[in-house]
Write a protein that binds this ligand. Structure first.
Ligand code: TTP
Ligand code: MG
Length: 368
C-alpha cells in the first residue's frame, strides 16, 4: 500500500468549549458539564470539563459532588448537558473539515479522521501546513480550538492527537513511528482496558516497545488469533484500516407477538426486557449509543400506539433503557382499556462514541 497521510482532528474539551462559545465570560472560570440523574441536586456524573477545571483534578466520569468538592473555593460553573446545541456545533465543524479531506470519517461528536494523502501529495511538510490552516480556520470560522495528530494511518494519528492537548499539533512521520510509540503505555491502544493491561503486565509487557518485541505466537496463544495479531501490528504502528464515511442505521427495533393478549404489566415488561437485550446486542456489535427510546404497542383491536422518550445525553446502559421502557409501558397502560397483542421496542438517535471504534473488529469486549 502506498504511504498514506491521515489526520485526526479532536476538538478540545468539546461540550465545555461549546458552552464557552455562547457565553465567553465562562472562559476564565472552571466549567464542568454534567449529566444529572435527577435523584438529588448534585447526583450525576461529569461529562467533561474545561482545562481550568481539569487543573483542579476534575475528570470525565467523576461524580458531580466530587467535582464540586474539588472546585469548592473557585468561581466554578456547573452546567447540564445540552446535547442538541453541541450537535449543531459539531455539524458546523464537520462540514468545515470535510472539505479538506480526500476521504472523511467522523467518529463520535467531536472527532474526525481525514485522509489527506492526495491533497498534500503524500508530503508530511504540506500536511503540517494544512493542519495549521485547519486549526486557524476552525478558530476563526467556528470559534473553537482542536488538537490534531498526523501520521501514516488512523492508529498513529489518534495516539498523536492525544499527546498534546489542548490546541496541540503532533506530526509523526513514518520513519518516526516506532520511536514515537515505543515508550508509550500499552493502554494507548484502543481495546486495551484494565483487564488486558493486567494480563499483559503478568507477561512483562507494559510499554508498546515491550509489546512489539513479544513473540506473536505467544500473544496469539494468550489472546486468540485476532487480538494477538492486532496487538502485534498495532504496537508497531501498523494499521491498514481505511478512512471511510460510516453509514449508521437510523434506528434499531425489535417487535414480537405476545403468547396471548394481555394487560398484565409484568408479562409485558418481561417480554420487553428480552427485546431490549436483543437490541443492546446489536448496538454493541456496531458500537452505537442511543438517545431516544420508544415503545410500540399493537392492541387487541389492531390499533398501533407509539411512545418515545429522548434522553439528555446518549447512553449504552441497558438498565436505564429497560427502566424507561417499563415507564413508557406503564404510562401507556394507564391510558387505554384494551389489551395488548404485540409489543416492540425501538431505539433511535444513534451515534458512535469516540474511542470505541476498533473494539468490535477484534472481538474484545473491554472498554478503555
Ligand atoms: P473527548 O474528546 O474524549 O473529550 P473532550 O473533548 O471533552 O476533551 P479533550 O480536550 O480531551 O478532547 O469527548 C468528547 C465529548 O464527549 C466531551 O466533550 C463530552 C463527551 N464525553 C462524555 O460525555 N463522557 C465521557 O466520559 C467522555 C470521555 C466524553
Ligand atoms: Mg475532544
Amino acid at each position: 500500500m502506498p504511504e498514506r497521510i491521515v489526520m485526526l482532528v479532536d476538538l478540545d474539551y468539546f461540550f465545555a468549549q461549546c458552552e464557552e462559545l455562547r457565553k465567553p465570560s465562562l472562559r476564565s472560570k472552571p466549567v464542568v458539564i454534567g449529566v444529572y440523574s435527577g435523584r438529588t441536586a448534585d447526583s450525576g456524573a461529569v461529562s467533561t470539563a474545561n482545562y481550568i477545571a481539569r487543573n483542579y483534578g476534575v475528570k470525565s466520569g467523576m461524580p458531580i459532588f466530587q467535582a464540586k468538592k474539588k472546585l469548592s473555593n473557585t468561581e466554578s460553573v456547573f452546567l447540564p448537558v445540552d446535547y442538541t446545541f453541541y450537535e449543531e456545533i459539531s455539524t458546523r465543524v464537520m462540514n468545515f473539515l470535510r472539505v479538506y479531506a480526500d476521504a472523511f470519517e467522523q467518529v463520535g461528536i467531536d472527532e474526525a479522521y481525514l485522509d489527506v494523502t492526495h491533497r498534500v501529495n503524500a508530503d508530511f511538510e504540506k500536511a503540517e501546513q494544512l493542519s495549521r490552516e485547519i486549526k486557524d480556520g476552525l478558530r476563526s470560522r467556528v470559534g473553537l480550538t482542536c488538537s490534531i495528530g498526523v501520521g501514516p494511518n488512523k492508529l498513529v494519528s489518534k495516539i498523536a492527537a492525544d499527546r498534546k492537548k489542548p490546541d496541540g499539533l503532533t506530526i509523526v512521520k513514518p520513519e518516526k513511528v516506532r520511536s514515537f510509540l515505543a515508550p508509550l503505555a500499552i493502554d494507548q491502544l484502543i481495546g486495551i482496558g484494565k483487564k488486558t493491561r493486567e494480563k499483559m503486565s503478568t507477561l512483562g509487557i507494559t510499554t508498546l516497545d515491550d509489546l512489539a518485541g513479544f513473540d506473536v505466537q505467544k500473544l496469539i496463544s494468550v489472546f486468540g488469533r485476532n487480538l494477538g495479531v492486532y496487538f502485534h501490528n498495532a504496537s508497531q504502528g501498523i494499521d491498514k484500516e481505511p478512512v471511510q464515511e460510516r453509514k449508521q442505521p437510523e434506528s434499531v427495533s425489535r417487535i414480537c407477538t405476545l403468547s396471548e393478549n394481555t394487560r398484565e404489566a409484568k408479562r409485558i415488561f418481561e417480554k420487553a426486557s428480552e427485546l431490549c437485550d436483543e437490541i443492546q446486542r446489536t448496538l454493541k456489535e456496531r458500537n452505537l449509543t442511543l438517545r431516544t427510546i420508544g415503545i410500540i404497542a399493537v392492541m387487541s383491536d389492531l390499533s398501533i400506539h407509539v411512545k418515545n422518550r429522548t434522553l439528555e445525553a446518549p447512553t449504552e446502559d441497558i438498565e436505564q433503557m429497560k427502566r424507561i421502557v417499563d415507564d413508557l409501558f406503564d404510562e401507556f397502560l394507564g391510558e387505554t382499556q384494551l389489551s395488548v397483542r404485540r409489543i416492540g421496542v425501538k431505539v433511535s438517535n444513534l451515534s458512535q462514541p469516540s474511542n470505541h471504534s476498533l473494539l468490535t473488529y477484534f472481538g474484545d469486549k473491554e472498554r478503555n
